[in-house]
Design a protein around this ligand. Structure first.
Ligand code: NAD
Length: 447
């Protein structure tokens, strides 16, 4: 039994991962990180909704043993660190966890208050909220560090429409796809060198020496690594998902026409992996037309590719042609936000970050500090992330109950202020603005 200082592992079944699949008992222990800001508002309704769905789906024979873990403000208060090592270890140990949002310093200031996200040049008391137990030194993004420390290489974002949500896109009701974004490579790998620095100048000189090509000497330099291994493991996850869920296609999105040996290779390696490891379950678009005259064989997943700029148009004009998108990091980042806007915005976008054995589910919005503790914001993103978590556990019946409860609540106009405001603006009648916890209750009542 692993020993922890602050983490109390409750009675229950520890999850194991065998052959890449989680083995789940009737009372699995799952980590929960409340997060900063509105994390305190959205986490309890999420737990209540999940608890009610599991109870109902399995007649009380299954339940979740939640194990609180601490980072951000709670980490600072308990361990004196916003990113405690023990928390990372505990997630590794538990294999599945779900988290709220965390504050990330953005400006140049040296300190940040984890109560209200205010940034200032001194420690001690926060100039904005007056609290003195949440001001800490500037730090790197907690979310990014979780991804790096746990090697969470696949960022998964399902995008779908909920009937009744005012959405800007005419075809919003046809949007239903899952984005698999590579999370560790590309220009996000952190190889970014300042103009005039020794490294930037050395790289400029090396490129000149080896290729004769000129890069302006006053350039900042970023390096964009995309590896075979990094691509394979991401595309494998996307294909596994499409095959297991019997989805029609996986689309490799890239800018290989310009960046041949990074984005172009992503596409080429993706096709090769599909052929090698999923040959019986997939068919490439080229083969479909070259050999089968475009007649799709039943039960197979079509593997196709699209250039990044064109897919940004196609998700708006022909969204129903896409069911799984696999992308390198930067394109995946843009795509995740652009796609969620199609169906009405970030409030309802869930997310997961996956490694080979750890799954960390997360609300995709931030800490919205001005609403902290007001029981006002929309807990939908975290609740839908919990739906992904239930699917990941194979508890699909409970996941479906949560989804149907949420679909009905939204359709009936029983929603939090953010959606209520949009619905009223569209002239919809019968809209009832609920609190954050009230929305959770409305979901439970409609399961
Ligand atoms: P934010 O997502 O907190 O807020 C943006 C807007 O969306 C605000 O108007 C807010 O009121 C609204 N909003 C956010 N979540 C909502 C919800 N659940 N229901 C209704 N409305 C909601 O983004 P921000 O203001 O740019 O960032 C605030 C803090 O959150 C920053 O410290 C930032 O670094 C952090 N952040 C964290 C994450 C994460 O942990 N995954 C993501 C984004 C931002």
């Amino acid at each position: 039994m692993a020993q922890f200082k602050e983490v109390q592992i409750p009675e229950g079944d520890l999850i194991q991962v065998k052959n890449g699949k989680p083995v789940i008992g009737d009372r699995p222990v799952i980590g929960v990180l409340r997060g900063d800001g509105i994390g305190i508002d959205i986490t309890p309704p999420m737990q209540q909704v999940v608890g009610a769905a599991v109870d109902k789906a399995y007649d009380g024979k299954r339940s979740i043993a939640w194990c609180p873990l601490y980072a951000g403000l709670e980490g600072l208060q308990r361990y004196g660190s916003e990113f405690p090592e023990e928390t990372v270890e505990a997630i590794r140990h538990l294999k599945i966890a779900i988290k709220g949002p965390f504050t990330t310093p953005i400006g140049e200031e040296t300190h940040v208050c984890l109560h209200c996200a205010n940034q200032q040049y001194h420690d001690g008391t926060c100039d904005k909220c007056g609290k003195n137990d949440g001001v800490c030194e500037r730090f790197r993004s907690i979310n990014v560090r979780f991804r790096q420390y746990l090697d969470l290489y696949a960022c998964v974002r399902p995008i779908r429409y909920f009937e009744g949500v005012p959405a800007p896109n005419k075809y919003a009701d046809k949007v239903n796809f899952v984005i698999f974004r590579e999370n560790t490579e590309d220009v996000y790998a952190g190889h970014d060198f300042e103009r005039g620095s020794e490294t930037a100048l050395a790289i400029i000189a090396l490129v000149k020496k080896m290729t004769g090509r000129e890069i302006r000497s006053d350039s900042g330099i970023g390096i964009k690594p995309i590896s075979l291994n990094g691509t394979n493991r991401l595309v494998r996850k996307a294909l596994e998902w499409a095959v297991s869920q019997k989805l029609p296609s996986v689309t490799l999105v890239h800018k290989g026409n310009i960046m041949k040996f990074t984005e172009g290779s992503f596409c080429k390696w993706g096709y090769e992996l599909a052929e090698k490891e999923f040959g019986d379950a997939t068919i490439s678009e080229k083969k479909l037309w070259d050999e089968l005259d475009g007649k799709m064989p039943e039960g197979k997943v079509l593997v196709k590719d699209r250039i990044a700029d064109s897919i940004f148009q196609q998700i708006q004009t022909r969204p129903d042609e896409y069911s799984v998108l696999a992308l390198p990091n930067l394109n995946g980042d843009y795509m995740s936000d652009a796609a969620i806007a199609l169906v009405g915005g970030l409030g309802l976008g869930p997310g997961a970050n996956l490694s080979d054995d750890v799954a960390l589910f997360e609300a995709t919005h931030g800490t919205a500090p001005k609403y902290t503790g007001m029981d006002k914001v929309n807990p939908g993103s975290l609740i839908l992330s919990a739906v992904m978590m239930l699917n990941h556990m194979g508890w699909n019946e409970a996941a479906d109950l949560v989804l149907s409860g949420m679909e009905k609540a939204i359709k009936e106009g029983q929603v939090t202020y953010d959606l209520a405001r949009l619905m009223v603006r569209e002239g919809r009648a019968g809209v009832n603005e609920l609190s954050c916890s009230g929305f959770g209750q409305a979901i439970i009542e409609r399961m």
